[in-house]
Design a protein around this ligand. Structure first.
Ligand code: GUN
Length: 283
């Protein structure tokens, strides 16, 4: 039976570390770190995510500013807001919640954010730095996944890591972080042949497809580490991940639950990025 990787407890540890980091920074004369979150539209799930991010920001001793915008917001209106936030000296991190409505091209928005304030690590400059291995601000979810894997004590060197999903937010940056940790990385997606067989060879599986219970228990190699990035709401209201948790738990050595796995740690990494951004801007 797999051991549970407790994302809640780990996130509390990281958040406490960030809180202490912020207190020390401010005590040394540093400016209070400020995070701006922008949410376009009223998607209920996105509203919950952003609310949790704001709450955690304040609890870490940082300043939080939330800007909700109507779903009809135009690209130029959003660009104007980004421009103002870029210039605002009380704001050190800018997070525009994705996805954006179809009239707004997300790449255009992400490119407009000052790379120094890009706490999501989505700006092409920061993506490029991540590829080169010299990034400071890196995407929060993949960072959180690395923190969760660390908790298992697994040394990633030479291990087979299989990522299911190739999004810019999770799959692609995840591959780069695992590669940096010297894992042998495979990225699988909807066109992958023999997906089941690929997963079967994985010492670490990162599931980020967005389909409930997509990865089956009998695909899992005995003793593997399973990180489930999915958050899917079933018609009955229950939240489940991308992995069949019950069945996978019988094969894996370690597994993350949904909820209470990747989600809380992602937020903790955002706080850490905000502190990092503040320090970089102030120097
Ligand atoms: N939507 C889903 N995940 C994320 C994330 O990590 N950052 C932003 N900005 N939007 C998201």
């Amino acid at each position: 039976m797999a051991q549970i990787i407790d994302g809640k407890t780990i996130s509390q540890q990281v958040r406490q570390e960030v809180k202490e980091g912020v207190a020390q920074w401010v005590k040394g004369g540093g400016v209070i770190p400020g995070l701006a979150t922008v949410l376009v539209g009223d998607d209920p799930a996105s509203q919950v995510y952003v609310k949790n991010k704001n709450k955690a920001t304040v609890e870490a001793g940082m300043h939080s500013r939330h800007i909700p915008l109507p779903v009809t917001t135009s690209e130029s209106q959003l660009l104007e807001l980004i421009d103002n936030l870029n210039r605002d000296s009380s704001i050190h991190g800018i997070l525009v919640q994705l996805p954006l409505p179809s009239q707004i091209k997300s790449s255009k928005i992400l490119e407009a954010i000052d790379p120094k304030k890009d706490v999501d690590g989505f700006h092409p400059i920061n993506v490029g730095r991540l590829v080169s291995g010299d990034a400071t601000l890196m995407p929060c979810t993949p960072l959180g996944v690395m923190r969760l894997i660390k908790e298992t004590g697994m040394d990633l060197r030479g291990k087979n890591a299989v990522i299911v999903g190739r999004s810019n937010i999770v799959g692609k940056p995840m591959a780069l972080l695992l590669l940096q940790a010297n894992a042998t990385v495979t990225i699988c997606h909807s066109h992958t042949k023999d997906l089941q067989q690929k997963v079967k060879e994985a010492d670490v599986v990162v599931a980020a497809i967005g389909k409930p219970n997509f990865v089956k228990g009998d695909w899992i190699k005995t003793g593997a580490v399973i990180i489930d990035v999915g958050i899917n709401r079933l018609p009955n209201g229950k939240l489940v991940g991308d992995v069949d948790f019950e069945a996978a738990s019988r094969e894996a050595a370690w597994i993350t639950p949904v909820p209470g796995g990747v989600g809380p740690v992602t937020i903790a990494m955002l706080l850490n990025n905000t502190l990092l951004a503040t320090k970089n801007i102030s120097h």
